[in-house]
Ligand binder design. Structure first.
Ligand code: PMV
Length: 316
């Protein structure tokens, strides 16, 4: 038997812009999915992860396809294994739940079957698994889950492949995630943004230029560990996302609550129109920001970012 775990992710900068070849910065969070792999008489997949109600059922067919893709990519098609998913990462939109499970499953199979794949290869297998969920995934989620830390990600529009660089940062940073409770459909929202851009090329051109400056500055201030500047850049990134119609009344409310209670910056993360809002906080403000969100009726969670990537867990 082998057990591996992998973290979920958050996009700090650049959701949607990344689709058009601009850079994004993402990070691993301190909630993980575990995959337990044991040989059995027949193949079985058991999903014990906590979830946003309805999520696992909605994704079941995609999940089955994803695991078969992983097995094929590892030359293990038809293997009689029992794969059990668990851990505390909530299966939900926006936190990279599928990427974390693909990476953890690949690493646990690698261990159980003694395949000796390195991290790059585990990531390539996890990316194959992501295709079961997204069709054309950018690769940012499985990369965050596999490598951990902070990731600078750019998609090559010609090849469709992502260039991934790990950013060398060892600063503990704390984020409060606020959940709107609304699940938005990434494929649909990305398509709507594409149509808007076709209608308003000049507006989008200006916004893309503003965003490129934000991403470059963000990398610098992250490396300088300048939390206040990171927060200001998150606010600017959110403003651009709002201008292309990706915010929502709930997201605006969450941003307002976060900033009003001392967060250094706040923005929507991921697809938008729902999903999650993230706020950069410190030890003094984190509880205040989280409880203000709860008081207003939203689920919140405090998380440390820059967590370790996929790893093998000791057998119990
Ligand atoms: O909602 P998430 O965390 O899966 O993020 C979607 C990010 C987009 O940029 C909107 C789409 C993508 O494929 O990068």
């Amino acid at each position: 038997m082998a057990v591996a775990s992998a973290p979920g992710k958050l996009i700090l900068f650049g959701e949607h812009f990344v689709v058009y070849g601009l850079p994004a910065i993402a990070t691993a969070i301190d909630s993980r999915t575990t995959a337990n792999v044991r040989r059995a008489d027949e193949y079985a997949l058991v999903d014990d992860r906590p979830e946003t109600p309805g999520y696992k059922k909605e994704k079941l067919a995609q999940q089955k396809d994803s695991v078969q893709r992983i097995l094929r990519a590892m030359n293990l098609a038809g293997a009689n294994v029992r794969i059990t998913l668990g851990g505390e990462l909530v299966a939900a939109s926006g936190v990279g739940a599928s990427g974390a499970s693909c990476s953890a499953i690949a690493a646990a199979l690698n261990e159980e079957f003694g395949l000796r794949l390195d991290r790059e290869k585990i990531n390539a297998v996890a990316y194959e698994g992501e295709k079961g969920y997204h069709g054309t995934p950018s690769g940012i989620d499985n990369s965050c889950s596999t490598f951990g830390g902070f990731i600078w990600f750019e998609k090559d529009l010609m090849s469709g492949l992502g260039e991934i660089r790990s950013l060398d940062m060892k600063i503990p940073m704390t984020i409060v995630m606020g959940n709107t409770g609304v699940t938005s459909n990434t494929t649909e929202v990305v398509e709507e943004v594409r149509k808007e851009r076709e209608k308003n090329p000049e507006k989008f051109g200006g916004i893309f230029e503003d965003y490129r400056r934000i991403a470059e500055e963000a990398r610098e201030v992250l490396e300088m560990k300048d939390l206040n500047s990171i927060g200001r850049l998150m606010n600017r990134n959110h403003e651009l996302l709002r201008r292309i119609g990706l915010s929502s009344p709930d997201l605006e409310k969450l941003v307002e609550i976060a900033l009003g209670n001392g967060a250094m910056g706040a923005k929507l993360t991921g697809t938008g129109r729902g999903g999650l809002m993230i706020a950069l906080v410190d030890d003094e403000t984190k509880d205040k920001v989280a409880s203000a969100m709860e008081k207003a009726g939203y689920d919140s969670k405090i998380t440390t970012i820059g967590a370790e990537g996929v790893q093998i867990e000791k057998e119990p």
